[in-house]
Design a protein around this ligand. Structure first.
Ligand code: BTN
Length: 238
């Protein structure tokens, strides 16, 4: 798998988005440093050179729903295969090692000549220092170097993740739904659901076949989608 390695880029997602027409399906782009990375819900994504920004282009994937969930599983598998860690997923798609966020995923799509292109953007905290996260106001995040004492080689990690994302994207979510449910760290916990217009405390009790978080509050079950809500633990992040 050929990985396009850039030196500096605003956002690897934007790099692919601008070149969707010319880049082939499965293209993988990473960079030494990303200067204007974006996170979910319109947030920024702070980075120094210790973060690995990576984007994968999927042209007209067979099932667009829940690609972020499948990418999350791919990242867990890749990180576990290269580092001696157990990885979990904070619904919908933060990757957690030792209760700290080591990776975020942002899937975006564009339509070119009627074809839907999905860009799977993945930011892995590889080797930032504790000071970086302190200064960025991200106490719940950590790098693999901080957690294990070793940072995997960036190119190897990029290749391993991209290979697994591409493989996972070809298989429907229904086939990995149970595996995804087992990886979710929030299940069984009280959570704070943050909607655009307010908050609600509930217990996360499961995940539905379409990737929604199933919650229970006031004796009733309901489902929330990743687009409408952010989830926090009762003591902060987890
Ligand atoms: C999140 O947890 O909010 C998602 C963060 C996603 C960051 C990655 S870094 C590579 C790609 N390029 C971007 O601008 N964002 C994603």
């Amino acid at each position: 798998m050929a990985v396009i390695e850039l030196d500096e880029v605003t956002s690897t997602n934007d790099y692919i988005k601008r070149r969707c027409g010319e880049l082939p399906d499965g293209s993988v782009v990473c960079a030494r440093i990303q200067t204007a990375g974006r996170g979910r819900h319109g947030h920024g994504w702070a980075a120094d050179e210790g973060m690995l920004p990576l984007s994968i282009l999927l042209k007209d994937p067979p099932e667009r729903e829940n690609l972020t969930a499948r990418a999350g599983l791919a990242v867990c598998d890749a990180v576990e295969s290269l580092c001696a860690v157990n990885a979990m997923i904070k619904w919908p798609n933060d990757i957690i090692v030792n209760s700290r966020k080591i990776c975020g995923i942002l899937c975006e799509s564009t339509v070119v000549k009627g074809q839907v292109n999905v860009i799977v953007g993945i930011g892995v905290n590889v080797s930032q220092s504790a000071e970086f996260f302190e200064n960025a106001g991200l106490p719940h995040a950590a790098s693999l170097l901080m957690l294990t004492g070793n940072a995997p080689a960036r190119k190897t990690l990029a290749e391993e993740i991209a290979r697994r994302v591409t493989t996972r994207a070809a298989v429907p979510f229904s086939e990995c739904y149970e595996e995804y449910a087992r990886r979710l760290i929030n299940i069984g916990k009280q959570v704070k659901l943050i909607f655009a217009d307010g908050e609600r405390i509930a217990k996360a009790v499961g995940v539905s076949g379409n990737g929604y978080l199933i919650c229970r509050a006031d004796g009733r079950e309901f489902e929330v989608s990743a687009g409408e809500v952010s989830v926090r633990g009762m003591d902060g992040y987890l």
